[in-house]
Design a binder for this molecule. Structure first.
Ligand SMILES: *Cc1c(COP(=O)(O)O)cnc(C)c1O
Length: 461
C-alpha cells in the first residue's frame, strides 16, 4: 500500500498519543513499514535514524535477532497465563535477576511505566496504613512529594506527582494534591554555582519541607540523575545521597522512578548506582571516564519503578521492586492487608522472555562497559555543534543534550521536521535537542546523526 493511503486511514481510525491531531493537516504522519538496527524504514524505502530509541525504549536496535528469537521460543511454549494463583519460569527468573541487580525484591508487574508509578504510590501509602493500623495518629501518611519539572506518567495518580504544565493543568481538578521540591537540574543553578553546591542547596530545601510535613508524607518520588522529560535535566549525585538521608531521618519512602534511566542509560546499570560517583561533567568533552559505583539501588531507594528499556523496546512491561520490610507489612492473615492490585497482563510471559533476553545481552556483551566507548565517541563528535547558538552541552552515559537559543517559538516542531528531511528522527523537548540512541549505534551512524542534527538545528534557529 502507498504511504498516502495508510496515512489517510490512520488519521481516520487512530487517535495518536501526545498529539493535537489537527496539526497533522500540515505535518504528515510517517508510516513505518519495518525497522532494522538504528533505522526505521517507510513503505517507500526512505529511512530514519532512530536517535530517540522510539521514545526511549529501544536498547539494542530494531529487529534484534536475540530478543526476537527469545520471544519466538516463548511463543511456542506459553503466550500468557494469569499471575494470580499461577506462576511460570520467565517471571520467576526475571524477578530473581532484577532482585540480584537492584538489591530490592518482590517484583510486582504491570505493562506501562505509569502503572508502575501507580503501584509504587499505592504500595507506599498502604504500607504506612498497615504498619500503623490501630494507631490513628500515623495513618496521616497519605501524601506524596516530587521534584519540580518531574515526569512520572500520565494516569491520574502518576500525573498528580508529575510537574509538566502542558500535560497536567487541564486535569488539575481530577488530581490529588502533591508538593514539588526545587529541582536540582544544574541548568537552574545560580551563575557561578557548581552543580554540586546547587544540588546540596536543593537538598536543604527538601529537608526543610520534609522536616515540617513528614507526619503526612508517604513517599518522595524522584527520577534519579536525569529528569528526562524536563529536557534531559541532569543533576549531581550528591542530591540522591542527601535525599536518602533525609527520607531515612524523617521516615518517608524514597521511590526511584528509573523507567527512563534504568538499564544502562546514564552510564551505570541503574542511575541510583551512580550516587557515589563524581558528576560526569558538563561542557567537557575530555572528561576522564568514571569508575563503577559500589552503590546498589537498595542503598538509595525503598521502591524502584522499571519499564521502557526492560524488554529492549519489544513489548510493554513494567515492574516495581521493594524492600523485605515493605513486603512484610502486607504479609498477614487478613486479605485486605495484602496488595489487592492487578492488571490483566501482569507478568506476561512473552514480555518477561524479551526482558530475560535483554538482560542476557547485558551479561554477555559487557554493555555498560562498552557504552563508555560509544559515549566518549559521541561526546567528542558533539563538540562539532559547539558553534551553534546553544548552551548546556551535556551528557550522562548514553544521554546527550543541548539547549538551543532561538526566538523561533515553533523550534521543536520545525527542528523535528527538518531532521526527518535529513533522515533523522529527533524529537526536541522545547528548545532541548537530545540524543538517546540505541546502544548498538555504530561510528558511521553517529557521524551521520551528528551531521544531520547540525543541519536540522542550523536551518531552524
Ligand atoms: C516514560 C516515563 C514514565 C511513564 O511510562 P509510560 O510507559 O509512558 O506510562 C514514567 N516515568 C518516567 C521517568 C518516564 O520517562
Amino acid at each position: 500500500m502507498s504511504n498516502n493511503a495508510l496515512l489517510t486511514r490512520s488519521l481516520q481510525s487512530v487517535w495518536h498519543p501526545c498529539t493535537q491531531m489537527k496539526q497533522h493537516e500540515t505535518q504528515p504522519l510517517i508510516p513505518i513499514a519495518r525497522g532494522d538496527g538504528v533505522w526505521l524504514y517507510d513503505a517507500e524505502g526512505n529511512r530514519y535514524l532512530d536517535a530517540v530509541s522510539s521514545w526511549w525504549v529501544n536498547l539494542f536496535g530494531h529487529n534484534n535477532p536475540r530478543i526476537k528469537d527469545a520471544i519466538k521460543q516463548q511463543l511456542d511454549t506459553l503466550e500468557h497465563v494469569m499471575l494470580a494463583g499461577f506462576t511460570h519460569a520467565p517471571v520467576v527468573e526475571l524477578s530473581e535477576k532484577l532482585s540480584k541487580l537492584t538489591g530490592l525484591g518482590h517484583a510486582f508487574y504491570a505493562s506501562d511505566g505509569a502503572s508502575a508509578t501507580e503501584i509504587a504510590l499505592k504500595m507506599s501509602f498502604h504500607y504506612w496504613r498497615n504498619l500503623h493500623s490501630g494507631t490513628p495518629g500515623k495513618q496521616q501518611k497519605t501524601k506524596f512529594i516530587s521534584l519540580q519539572n518531574s515526569y512520572h506518567g500520565e494516569t491520574l495518580g502518576a500525573l498528580s506527582v508529575t510537574d509538566v504544565a502542558i500535560f497536567k493543568d487541564t486535569y488539575a481538578p481530577l488530581l490529588m494534591q502533591s508538593a514539588q521540591m526545587p529541582s536540582p537540574d544544574f541548568r537552574l543553578a545560580e551563575a557561578g554555582e557548581s552543580a554540586e553546591a546547587f544540588a546540596l542547596r536543593c537538598a536543604e530545601a527538601l529537608e526543610r519541607y520534609v522536616s515540617k510535613h513528614h507526619d503526612e508524607l508517604a513517599a518522595f518520588i524522584i527520577e534519579p540523575r536525569v529528569q528526562c522529560a524536563a529536557g534531559m535535566g541532569v543533576y549531581h549525585a550528591a542530591y540522591l545521597r542527601r535525599a536518602r538521608e533525609i527520607c531515612t531521618k524523617y521516615e518517608v519512602h524514597l521511590i526511584a522512578d528509573e523507567i527512563a534511566v534504568g538499564f544502562g542509560r546514564t552510564g551505570t546499570m541503574f542511575a541510583c548506582e551512580s550516587a557515589d560517583l563524581p558528576f560526569e561533567g558538563v561542557d567537557k568533552a575530555t572528561n576522564p571516564l568514571r569508575e563503577y559505583g559500589s552503590t546498589k539501588v537498595s542503598d538509595i531507594a525503598d521502591f524502584i519503578c522499571l519499564s521502557k528499556g526492560i524488554t529492549g523496546g519489544y513489548l510493554p512491561l513494567s515492574t516495581v521492586l521493594t524492600t523485605d520490610k515493605v513486603y512484610q507489612a502486607f504479609y498477614d492473615d487478613s486479605t485486605v492487608r495484602g496488595f489487592l492490585h492487578s492488571h490483566s497482563y501482569t507478568g506476561n510471559p512473552l514480555a518477561c522472555g524479551a526482558a530475560l533476553a535483554t538482560l542476557a545481552i547485558f551479561e554477555t556483551d559487557n554493555v555498560v562497559q562498552n557504552n563508555r566507548q560509544i559515549s566518549t565517541y559521541i561526546r567528542t563528535k558533539m563538540q562539532g555543534l559547539a558553534n551553534l547558538p546553544i548552551q548546556h552541552l551535556r551528557h550522562e552515559g548514553m544521554i546527550f543534550a543541548f539547549d538551543v537559543k532561538t526566538n523561533n517559538t515553533k523550534f521543536a516542531r520545525d527542528c523535528y521536521s527538518a531532521a526527518l528531511k535529513q533522515g533523522l528522527l529527533l524529537r526536541p523537548i522545547g528548545n532541548t535537542v537530545y540524543w538517546m540512541p540505541p546502544y548498538t549505534i555504530t561510528e558511521p551512524e553517529i557521524d551521520f546523526m551528528v551531521a544531520a542534527t547540525l543541519m536540522a538545528v542550523k536551518s531552524t534557529v
